[in-house]
Design a protein around this ligand. Sequence first.
Ligand code: AMP
Length: 193
Amino acid sequence: MRLILLGPPGAGKGTQSARLEEKYGIPQLSTGEMLRAAVKAGTPVGLQAKVVMDSGGLVSDEIVVGIIEARVEEPDCAKGFILDGFPRTVEQAKALDDMLKRHHKELDAVIELVVDDQFLLSRIEGRARDTVAAGGTVRADDNPESFKKRLAQYHELTAPVSHYYASVGELRTVDGMAPIDDVSSAIDKVLIG
Ligand code: AMP
């Protein structure tokens, strides 16, 4: 099963991907996580990505498409994968189409978690408070200023990705403001019909 989860930052894509991963035995491919790992490891890609990520910007299409193309060829993706945080621009969506076509593969579903901005801002503030209370460190790009930038960027660059999949008849939407279990059930309904 090959899935894309779309939605703004903080919409719950990571949480739902983790559940789908367990349920269907397919890996969650989060470009954000892969980039953070590259930053931590100090690889050339990581060094290039760090400055952009800390400021809440978008890493170049070339870098993320390259990362995904290499990753989907790994053996654990043979049964499928869940894309989380990719594609983030229409160019990335088109690059993904080309990539899948070259490998004679198709997407099974594109699901968007729909959440409004005010709800997201409250959620992200809560997430930061909980992390600090638990003695953790808040992600540099989860501070309110960077978060607002990521959100604005989402509306400008990533919302068109939803329109792109809607125009080809592949987009399904789910209310991302519902309780976590309800969101999971709604996703299951989309997947099993
Ligand atoms: P995320 O964990 O998905 O919120 O991603 C964290 C950061 O990584 C984003 O704010 C971007 O700077 C970068 N990033 C992740 N995925 C992509 C992507 N598909 N295209 C460009 N930049 C990305």
